[in-house]
Design a protein around this ligand. Structure first.
Ligand code: AMP
Length: 551
């Protein structure tokens, strides 16, 4: 396909406002693309290489301006191009407005390269550009771009310029490409979606759909060494998780950087960042850590900076190591990085994307005995809160809540992984009662009755808090509150209103259980407000206001 024809089709796509129509136009283009199908599919998304390949063209605006100016002839300078850009606002419009092919006869490059500007010629030139590195690469890149612009008609120049600056922006996203592949080759969208997740290359998937249909799409497999997009998490609450699933897998949320580790004992080990960038050389500890695994694996996890005691350091510390190309050995002395694996996508020839989380975790435990992120399967809010308190106490960011039955969906920010949201707000409530604990906690007050202020030294109960409190803290609170006990009935005690707790919660509900007419859902102890007297605690009026704001 001539690049000029491609550019015409792209212009029609760009001009079409309706998504469904855009999908149809893209599908038609795919049907007509012939041997250029994989390249066309990638170019529509502004990509020269597949998504799994983090190679970039590495062309900055000034280099592009220089090449455009040369192609436009002696009367146009790179500064002129920059000025026009300031007016036009986007490089495509500038390239389109320049008289580029007028230089054809004069161009040394053009003379040496008389072939027509086809889609595949553009693709191979741009790949050549991506590969150029080191001394002299600037001049070489200008030369290559000049050669392309010099042979481009105005519409082609518009899309070429946008392509090289990664600003394609024609209203075609991954969803449209997926749907267009399905429409063009009459295959189910779900099959295309899955193949895209596994293969991470819309060009290869389009070819599978066209040449082999559903069977070809289903046959797409992970390849050790070729990264897939990471599964992502949504913000969510413990209540969301418990409402949605029968039980909840709770994991520590590490404050590090996501890594996907591809290890082949017969080949090499590569470590990829969340953007699928190869960061292997910067993180030799991770390579060493998985070196003993004797089968090919793809592991998902977090690179975590730790101090000498093995305790987590903030995320910024990992960043100091992450993309480092020089002085890796010295930096390794300064910041120690450890791997915490939380998922397993492939083991020894078997893809695990479609296996439930708990099965994947079992396979993970088979291949890695150390460095596993802890996982607990629980079914009540209190257990979740206890895990959260323990994770926070150990210096971690919080917890992740995962659906134990969920499959691994690369690139998806679905509802099966929830990062527990920190509390939006907290309430400062007065402790007006408590209950003695049981078992190990029998000598301590365990559950605390909380009340909101209603005026004139009166308080109305609104909930009980028992979670989020470590044993040590519980002993302290008990010592503090015992002298304030006014009455006792069974294990329940009435406490003089003197101490104010800061309490987090997920929701306030109307409820007949407590005197205030409200109840806190999933209350958690945050701190004792040493600086507040009961008269300064939150009032029932504020609680009512908060409920009103939500509804
Ligand atoms: P966020 O970056 O806030 O969207 O949170 C999601 C990120 O948390 C993931 O991309 C991981 O890098 C990180 N993370 C830390 N621990 C875990 C875990 N146990 N499971 C999944 N992701 C985790």
């Amino acid at each position: 396909m001539d690049f000029a024809d491609f550019a015409d089709r792209v212009a029609a796509i760009e001009a079409e406002p309706a998504d469904l129509e855009v999908t149809s136009l893209v599908a038609d283009l795919f049907v007509d693309a012939g041997a250029d199908l994989p390249v066309v599919a990638r170019l529509l998304l502004g990509r020269v290489v597949p998504a799994w390949d983090s190679t970039t063209l590495d062309v900055g605006p000034s280099l592009c301006h220089e090449a455009l100016a040369r192609a436009a002839g002696p009367n146009v300078t790179a500064d002129d191009v920059a000025d026009r850009l300031a007016d036009a606002g986007e490089i495509g419009a500038v390239a389109e407005s320049l008289d580029l092919d007028g230089q054809q006869g004069l161009a040394a490059f053009g003379a040496a390269d008389p072939e027509p500007l086809t889609v595949s010629a553009v693709d191979s030139r741009l790949r050549d550009l991506a590969a150029a590195d080191g001394a002299g690469s600037h001049d070489h890149k200008v030369e290559v771009l000049f050669g392309l612009f010099n042979r481009a008609d105005s519409l082609s120049a518009r899309y070429l310029a946008r392509l090289v600056l990664s600003e394609m922006r024609i209203g075609v996203g991954e969803g449209i490409v997926r749907d267009a592949i399905a429409e063009a080759f009459d295959v189910p969208v779900a099959a295309v979606e899955r193949a895209l997740q596994v293969e991470n290359d819309c060009g290869a998937v389009a070819v599978r759909a066209r040449d082999e249909g559903v069977a070809g799409l289903d046959a797409a497999e992970l390849v050790v060494g070729r990264p897939v997009s990471a599964m992502l998490a949504q913000a969510g609450t413990a209540v969301d998780a418990l409402d949605a699933w029968e039980s909840v897998a709770v994991e520590t949320k590490f404050d590090g950087a996501r890594v996907q580790v591809h290890h082949d004992p017969a080949g090499d080990t590569r470590v990829f960042s969340r953007n699928l960038e190869d960061v292997t050389d910067a993180l030799p500890e991770i390579v060493e850590f998985v070196a003993g695994i004797d089968v090919p694996v793809i592991l998902d996890g977090e690179a975590l900076a730790v101090d000498d005691a093995g305790d987590p350091l903030p995320f910024q510390e990992v960043l100091r190591r992450f993309r480092r190309k020089h002085d890796v050995a010295r930096m390794r002395e300064e910041v120690t990085v450890e791997f915490r694996a939380f998922d397993c996508l492939h083991v020894d020839g078997t893809d695990l994307l479609d296996a439930p989380l708990l099965d994947r975790r079992e396979r993970l435990a088979d291949v890695l005995s150390d460095g596993l992120s802890p996982l607990a399967v629980v079914d009540d809010a209190e257990a979740i809160a206890d895990h959260e308190a323990a994770a926070l106490d150990a210096g971690h960011e919080g917890i992740m809540l995962k659906n134990p039955d969920s499959t691994y969906t690369p690139g998806k920010r679905g509802q099966n992984w929830l990062k527990r949201k920190p509390d939006v707000e907290t309430l400062d409530l007065v402790v007006t009662g408590a209950e003695w604990g049981e078992g190990r906690r029998a000598n301590h007050l365990g559950t605390f009755l909380l009340s909101a202020r209603v005026g004139n030294g009166e308080f109305a109960t609104i909930g009980k808090v028992a979670t989020g409190i470590t044993d040590e803290r519980l002993a302290e609170l008990s010592d503090r509150l015992e002298p304030l006990i006014r009455e006792q009935e069974g294990t329940e005690v009435d406490i003089e209103p003197r101490v104010v707790f800061e309490v987090g919660y997920e929701e306030i509900q109307a409820s007949p259980t407590y005197g205030s007419g409200y109840a806190l859902r999933f209350p958690r102890f945050v701190a004792v407000r040493e600086d507040k007297t009961p008269a300064e605690a939150d009032s029932l009026e504020r609680v009512e206001r908060l409920v009103g704001e939500r509804s």
